[in-house]
Each structure stands twice: as C-alpha cells, then as structure tokens.
Design a protein around this ligand. Structure first.
Ligand SMILES: [Fe+2]
Length: 318
C-alpha cells in the first residue's frame, strides 16, 4: 500500500523507545515519494521491531507532516529516555533538544503556568544531562540557535549560551547547581509574557511610557515565577538582574560591578549577544564577529571585563 498524496517528514529511528507508543502513524520510505505504513498510531513498539529497523540499516522513518504535534508530544513525554539512547547522534540530540525547547517555551510564553514551567525544568535537566554526557552537544546546540527573534527562541538561545558560559567559568559546578541556573537563564525574560504585544513587537523606538512598562519585565518575571512556585533565590536573581549594567546604569536596581551576581553578569552578555545576532522586522542580524566587537566596546561600561574573554572563547571554535 502506498500513500503518496501526503506530505511526509523524516524522523530519526533512534528517537524510538521500546515499549512506548508514539501515537502517530509511522511510515517506511520505499522509493522516491513512496511510503508504506510501518506502524499505526495505537501500536506499541517492541524492542524486536526497533532492532529489526537497525539491522536493516533503516535510520529514518517518516510521518505525515500534520502529525508532527503528536510526535512532539511523544518526544516531550519521553525526552530523557530518548536522549539516553546511545544510537542517537550528537547532531540528532542537539536538534531534538532545540525543537522540543521551541515547543515548550512557546507554550510557556503564551500561557505561563506551573505545568509549563515544570516542562521547561524537565527540558533543562535533560539538556544538561546530555551536555555532560557528550560535550559536543553543547557546541552543536550553539550552532542551531535560531536567527529569527521571538521571545521564546531568544529564551532558548540565551539559555544555551549562558549554560555553556557557566560551565566554562565554573568548571567544577555540580550538575544540580547548573540545572537550577539553567532554568533561571531559560526563564530570564518570562516577564515579557505579560508585556503587551504592541510594546514588545513595536517596530520603531518606544515612547517614555512604553519604555517604562518594558523595564518592568524583570520585576514582573520574578513575581510570576514566585507565584508559579518556581521562585528559588537563584532563579529570581537571574530574572531580576539580567538588565543590570556593570557601571550601574542598568535596571531595575542600578546595581554595579560585583554587586550584580555572577549569573546576572553572565546572562547580560548572552542576552545582548542574542539580541544583536538575531533579526527583527526592523533590523538585520549582525554576524558573530560584529556582535562580539560591540560587546567588547561596551566592556567595562556594560559588561564585566573579567568575563569578556571566556565569553568570546565560547564562539572561538573550541
Ligand atoms: Fe530581558
């Protein structure tokens, strides 16, 4: 039986976990634009069936593009088991984490809820476990970071950069401590979920009232995570301090130098770098080199001079 009228999308066989139900139809590709049903949505995959695919060197299966949301919820629900699979390449790992992150953070920003924060926490935990097992996953994720700016992709990009930078600066940090900071980095802009879209997406410069409202997002974000039960001191600190500047000209508390916490100073670098290297409707994306040059020029006025080199080295092809 062939199904050649649909639009199909490839998925890695290594994302299949034995004894789990994927919940969507999966197909084998038997020729150019020819697909044959492999399992239906109610089937549970046995390890034998998965082994059969590997022994026949079937590295990819296919799904109907319209079933992608169902496949994503399978991935979300089984993320740590999927990322644990030794058959999964570092490349696949990195793109699975990034794609799942997009889905989870988009939901989080459209509806900040305890459940959506829990999903973000699970994602950050899985991401940090994967990075510790295979450090190249971290470099690969830095390469995927999305160039189109959305608040939710910005959160992921900053989360990825800031976790990498923290590991560089504090090589002895425990995984648990890194997971807590990682969640804080992912949530740094959560307060923007409550800033009107007319201000967030305005093409021209903000007027005084709009700018005042925009500057409330660190405080709003801190209140929000507190209300949602995720307000540990480390997370509140990152959310509150990511717009403080080294010379005391930032907001909301005009803290300067080392009065700004280390994670706050790290987040500031990553936040500005991502804003510069992503494109908006009113500006082009700068190259990594051009963005690093601006950040260098703004150090030490805006950024901690001791962190400049470790930050630049993140992009030095290490
Ligand atoms: Fe921000």
């Amino acid at each position: 039986m062939s199904e050649d009228k649909k639009s199909f999308q490839q998925i890695a066989t290594s994302t299949l976990v034995p004894e789990r139900r994927v919940g969507v139809k999966l197909y084998l590709r038997t020729g150019l634009d020819r697909y044959v049903l492999f399992i239906n949505e109610s089937a549970v995959l046995s390890s034998g069936k998965i082994e059969q695919l590997y022994s026949n060197n079937v590295k990819h299966l296919y799904l109907d593009t319209s079933d992608r949301p169902g496949y994503l919820s399978y991935i979300k629900g089984n993320l740590s088991a999927i990322l644990d699979n030794p058959e999964l390449t570092a490349n696949d790992k990195a793109s699975i984490i990034y794609d799942t992150a997009k889905d989870i953070t988009e939901n989080l920003f459209s509806q900040p809820s305890t459940e959506n924060i829990d999903q973000t926490r699970n994602l950050v935990d899985c991401m940090i476990d994967s990075i510790s097992q295979s450090p190249e996953t971290s470099n690969l994720m830095m390469m995927i970071t999305n160039q189109d700016y959305y608040t939710y992709t910005h959160s992921i990009n900053v989360g990825i950069y800031a976790v990498s930078m923290t590991r560089k600066i504090l090589p002895g940090i425990s995984e648990n401590a890194l997971k807590t900071l990682g969640l804080g980095f992912f949530l740094h802009d959560l307060g923007k979920a409550q800033i009107p879209g007319s201000i967030l997406n305005k093409k021209g410069p903000l007027n005084q009232d709009e700018w005042r409202k925009m500057q409330e997002h660190p405080t709003i974000g801190a209140e929000l995570v507190r209300k949602l039960g995720a307000g540990t001191p480390e997370i509140i600190d990152i959310i509150t301090s990511h717009h403080e500047r080294y010379n005391g000209t930032g907001y909301p508390n005009q803290l300067s130098q080392k009065k700004i916490s280390l994670p706050g100073r790290i987040c500031a670098f990553c936040d500005v770098f991502d804003a510069l290297t992503t494109k908006r409707s009113y500006k082009k994306a700068l190259s990594t080199f051009a963005a690093l040059k601006i950040i260098k020029e703004e150090t030490p006025s805006h950024f901690d001079p001791e962190l400049l080199n470790p930050f630049i080295l993140l992009f030095g092809g290490n």
